[in-house]
Ligand binder design. Sequence first.
Ligand SMILES: *Cc1c(COP(=O)(O)O)cnc(C)c1O
Length: 304
Amino acid sequence: MNTKLTIPSPLQKIEDPVYNKHNLEVFIKRDDLIHAEISGNKWRKLKYNFEKFKSGKYDAVLTFGGAYSNHIAATASAGSMFQIPTVGIIRGNELNEGSNATLAKAKADGMNLVFISREIYEQRYERIYHEELRREFGNVLIIEEGGANFLGAQGVAELVQEISFEPDYIYTAAGTGTTAAGLLLGTKTANIIAISALKNGNFLRDEIGKTLYYSLFDDELVADYLKRLTLETEYHFGGYGKYTDELLNFMQSWKAKTGIALEQVYTAKMIYAFEQDILANKIAPNSKVVLLHTGGLQGVLNNG
Ligand SMILES: *Cc1c(COP(=O)(O)O)cnc(C)c1O
């Protein structure tokens, strides 16, 4: 496997007559190019967690996810790359490592896959359950589902330093909201536009607030940061992992226009929302916009 990570990831300008007409300079931050197998924002979120592992106190990294999780795939792949043992607690005791290509690949990367019932999975944030896991798997470094923790947000915040100007807007897709929180932490004035990939995504504002709190420890500061957040919850196309022909057509025409591939779970929904925002004049003219390509293309190949 390719052990090189492309960091800083490239920043690429996108030319489009519609963007020009609205006097927008539009760039895409190509975190999809960080690694072919480790989804871009998943690497950002894993980086400091893996560094913590290197302190030498831990036997393995343990984390949680569903059967198609980009985070599980990324953790397994990065574990193989850095020779760190990994344990994946997978939601669904009816599953096994042959259930799909994501799980087969994680297994091939050396991840110890453990399938548990949906009921037990509900305990994934419980201290008591973590103690149980440590009795079974040794002194594991536990990373939250989706890499959604303080260190994850810190890793994302860093990517902003790779951009030589402060954007007026940064668009990102949101699943746990950790990436959006990291972007808020990494910027001072930028508007962060987070597009929920899930139905009923309004809870994400609170989640993002909680992640911010772990860095800022001040409710007023958190409220200040959250003023720069716009959460768009209408672009889920039916819910997490769901899509329509319209979205697939959009993905294809965007690829034809830019040469850049998107996937239907996160990034296509985000860029679709961005283009709707342009047409609705929600973006101030003469702005610099950065679209964060969070990756996920590995998942598309896997899920067929
Ligand atoms: C996981 C993922 C996201 C969501 O990131 P959060 O930090 O959980 O909001 C967005 N895009 C891609 C491609 C992902 O794999």
